[in-house]
Write a protein that binds this ligand. Sequence first.
Ligand SMILES: CC(C)[C@H](C(=O)O)[C@@H](O)C(=O)O
Ligand code: SF4
Length: 477
Amino acid sequence: MTLSTTFSTTGPTTGSTTLFEHLWNRHLVVPQESDPALLYVDLHLVHEASSPQAFEGLRLAGRRVRRPDLTLAVEDHNVPTDSTVIRNELSRKQVEALRANCAEQGVTLLRLGNSRQGIVHVVAPELGLVQPGMTVVCGDSHTSTLGAFGALAFGIGTSDVEHVLATQSISLAKPLSMAVDFTGTLPRGATAKDLMLALMARIGANGARGCVVEYRGEAVERLSMEGRMTVCNLTVEAGARAGLIAPDETTFRYLEGRPHSPAGAHWEQALDQWRGLRSGPDAPFDRRLEFDASTVVPYVTWGTNPGQAVPIDAAVPDPGELADPAARAAAEKALRYMDLRPGTPMREVRIDTVFLGSCTNGRIEDLREAAEVLRGRTVAAHTTMLVVPGSMAVRRQAEREGLHEVFQQAGAEWRLPGCSMCVAINGDQASPGERVASTSNRNYEGRQGAKARTHLVSPATAAATAVSGRIAAPDEI
Ligand SMILES: CC(C)[C@H](C(=O)O)[C@@H](O)C(=O)O
Ligand code: SF4
């Protein structure tokens, strides 16, 4: 089965409609208000970690995948990154189950070793499968990444995966809408990752709970698609359902010529459609927030949720200074787990392992930024660094540019693509007590291995940290 090359004919938004509302209305299977609503799905992405029970349910009900041509499966969570042989038995079973399910149901699968394999949220955009105006779902919370294309993209649970496989539609309660309007532009040295860590430090890890968040303003308009994907990826870490950025010339430039992008006359037609996809000037949002991007500096987390973050020049905060008793208790617990003392400058925190990769920061631009910092330098003697490209395409591009040599000469390991150390289920993980500076998106207890400690950072900060062996920004090495 091959994938369809289509684009969604959603028509333009009108002056008083948000982009979210527009995408929602255009995908209602029954075009009237119902709660929950039934939405048509333009693209369904599948991976081995959240699909086995869904395929099993389908099999037990004697049903087939309704639209294999709108479904793409990828092996990413359970694959090793040091070889194409899966040694871990549980992981191998998980991957073999996906292979058997895809073969049985005629679903296209990008297997380990395939020249297009990689993390699902990295691969789908590379292929041009994610386009403005679409609805995209996957049994994975970070599907929000794909909202960077002006698509309504969100994660779903395993029972919903079964529903989508069977019907190509999803039943969903309508989320709230929220606008984050950035004022100013990002200063030099601050990245999309820092922007989001700074935002979450302000609104908290639940600050956008239940919302579809549309990001607007010059700070996001100036970001590349890679940076926009980082922003939308981290949106779920603020409790949101999805992130959204209206498509513009940056989006179109990225999409033009990709394998599944519309071509020829269809391209012009698609552009006409896509240009109209933006929230109207008077569109009402349920919530609105202004955030000054011009004050953002490199950020780093000190705790066990992404909102527990401070500027890299700051010290570990004192929970005693928090007025809210629940926040104080959470901070105390986080500091115990992280083995950090209030008042310690973040720059003095010693790091054992640096992980550069994941669907947050494993794209080519992230690797370039890190390599820029590492060029001609070496990783500190007590620190190890793992560089895991987000996809085979990213890996190839990086090798074309000689970035792998920069990493290797610095003493970092250059790996094959996969989720790797972002999630400790594939063999790449930290040992108990180990402290990791990681470009991924989650830092809860045990995320990177039992008792492992995670500090979330940008690729540039990760690289500087690897060189200094302590949390560091590029300006000080
Ligand atoms: C395994 C998968 C369902 C999970 C997710 O939903 O995000 C994973 O990708 C993660 O990042 O924790
Ligand atoms: S890289 Fe991490 S966050 Fe992204 S899909 Fe994989 S496990 Fe989830």
